[in-house]
Design a protein. Structure first.
Ligand SMILES: [Zn+2]
Ligand SMILES: [Zn+2]
Length: 149
């Protein structure tokens, strides 16, 4: 399932300007990729998607740009497991589902829970992730099981 969301360079530059970041070509490229591919890519995936067009773009630069974006709140860094972080441009807060088998991450439209008490804490973001098997992996598992019986 490859979804694609349309976002223009003008919009990307406006998002960067609003966050007080200089719209360097590499920053624009990274944000355009993350915002237009709501598949929660990893830094590696973003790097390999952009390196043909930006041959001087190093993996370190991609990491640095992503962390800068996460710090300024433009994108969310999702760390659901000990493996790699996934990056999400999320204009609307939502929950996630991660497949234990293939690792895909799917957006779930859901209001995120309001904590009952925050005791003076300042909450910046909430990460809610359901885990299980995606539709494809679940069907495959069911097919395997029916074969065995
Ligand atoms: Zn799966
Ligand atoms: Zn998401």
């Amino acid at each position: 399932m490859t979804k694609k969301r349309n976002i223009t360079t003008v919009e990307v530059r406006a998002i960067l300007a609003e966050a007080g970041l200089r719209p360097s070509p590499q920053r624009v490229a990274v944000l355009t990729y993350v915002a237009s591919h709501p598949i929660h890519p990893t830094a590696e995936e973003i790097h390999s998607a952009l390196v043909d067009e930006y041959p001087t773009l190093s993996k370190t630069t991609v990491y640095n740009i992503l962390h800068l974006f996460a710090e300024t709140g433009i994108i969310e860094e999702l760390q659901f497991d000990a493996a790699q972080a996934h990056f999400d441009y999320a204009p609307v807060p939502h929950a996630h589902f991660q497949c234990r088998h293939c690792g895909c991450i799917i957006d779930i439209e859901q209001m995120l829970p309001e904590p009952a008490t925050t005791e003076g804490m300042h909450i910046a973001n909430v990460m809610l992730c359901y885990k299980g098997l995606c539709e494809k992996c679940y069907k495959e598992q069911c097919a395997e099981l029916s074969k065995e019986n």
